[in-house]
Design a protein around this ligand. Structure first.
Ligand SMILES: NC(=O)c1ccc[n+]([C@@H]2O[C@H](COP(=O)([O-])OP(=O)(O)OC[C@H]3O[C@@H](n4cnc5c(N)ncnc54)[C@H](OP(=O)(O)O)[C@@H]3O)[C@@H](O)[C@H]2O)c1
Length: 312
């Protein structure tokens, strides 16, 4: 645990994307107990608010502005993080969203760009600067698995990957989900998990894992387009119900619980790598796609090729 009197630059550092809401916010607070937190987010005002809340507890955080849907912003943020010269012990790729039909400045599917391409580029830029034994965690989602009951029951049809280029164009294997943006979301989350698995094999000096954080109904993820009544329920009623329902619904979770599970993986020194953890921190198999090393390598190679087309 950190000591407020230490020199912050001597402490371990943990980079967290999406620390301004939901699971990322709870995890940033949890990780601040272990070292300096590098808060990576797109909204300077929210980042500053988080930094101050952490400082008020006698802990330390620094902010780096980064829009993960924008490769130029990701590259600038990576350079800024490297220039901090902090001993980075962990990187959490947590930021994620589901924004149907939206496109980034390159015309790429916004959800795929934000959830997969941005975090992939950020990780590739930081990897050479991470100390041996550092942990990298990608937050995946059970929606990637076409055989996972709770996800299919609400209308997801699993990852629908054709190629990285096709995903950027917003094209998915036909016959997918009727949920607007559902195929983009599930495919991007599948890509997060296979990236962790492929990187674990490629770079054994570091540890790459993925986690399915459970169903967290009170985070910002499902609320962005919700009406006032739903937002009221999510803010005031559902938080009271979740702890009561958790013993009966294995996948139901809270940001605090997800934060504890994720922080345990990020601060783990046992050297586990290439594992996909469930909401309780136990290994889970995931879909046949995420278990297939050929598919993992194909996604990584195609993602690298796509990102290489964007001039620096
Ligand atoms: N909630 C669930 O049930 C659930 C289940 C499975 C997986 N997950 C995954 O868990 C992760 C966290 O989600 P959450 O539920 O905590 O959602 P959330 O409350 O909406 O938090 C998402 C975070 O990502 C950030 N973000 C979104 N777009 C960004 C961009 N373009 N650049 C930089 N940051 C961006 C948001 O920043 P702003 O504050 O600026 O919007 C926010 O900090 C996601 O990867 C999600 O896919 C969630």
């Amino acid at each position: 645990m950190s000591n407020a009197l230490e020199n912050p630059s001597d402490r371990k550092a943990y980079v967290v994307t999406g620390p301004t809401s939901g699971i990322g916010r709870a995890t940033a607070f949890e990780l601040a107990k272990y070292g300096t937190v590098v808060l990576v987010g797109r909204d300077p005002g929210k980042l500053e608010e988080m930094r101050e809340l952490i400082a008020q507890k006698g802990q330390h955080a620094v902010s780096v502005v980064c829009d993960l849907s924008d490769l130029a912003s990701v590259r600038r943020a990576a350079a800024e993080i490297i220039a901090l010269h902090l001993p980075i012990a962990g990187l959490l790729n947590n930021a994620g969203m589901m924004q149907p039909r939206a496109r980034n400045a390159l015309g790429w599917d916004m959800t795929f760009a934000t959830n997969h391409l941005g975090p992939f580029a950020l990780t590739e830029a930081l990897v050479p600067h991470l100390a041996d034994g550092a942990n990298v965690v990608f937050v995946g989602s059970g929606t990637e698995d076409p055989a996972r009951r709770p996800a299919t029951a609400v209308g997801f049809r699993g990852g629908r990957y054709i190629s990285a280029e096709a995903s950027a164009r917003g094209e998915w294997v036909p016959g997918g989900s009727a949920i607007p943006g559902g195929d983009a979301y599930a495919t991007s989350k599948q890509c997060n998990i296979v990236t962790a698995m492929a990187f674990a094999r490629e770079t054994p000096r570091l540890h790459f894992n993925a986690v399915e954080p459970g169903f967290n109904p009170t985070t910002g993820l499902g609320q962005r387009d919700a009406n006032v009544l739903l937002r009221f329920l999510v803010k005031y009623i559902i938080p009271l119900l979740v702890p009561l329902l958790m013993p009966f619904m294995k996948i139901l979770s809270t940001s605090k619980r997800a934060a504890r599970v994720i922080s345990k993986i990020l601060t783990d020194i046992s050297g586990q790598s290439g594992i996909y953890y469930d909401e309780g921190g136990q290994p889970m198999p995931g879909s046949t796609f995420v278990r297939d090393p050929k598919f993992q390598d194909r996604v990584v190679a195609e993602t690298r090729a796509l990102l290489a087309t964007v001039p620096i």
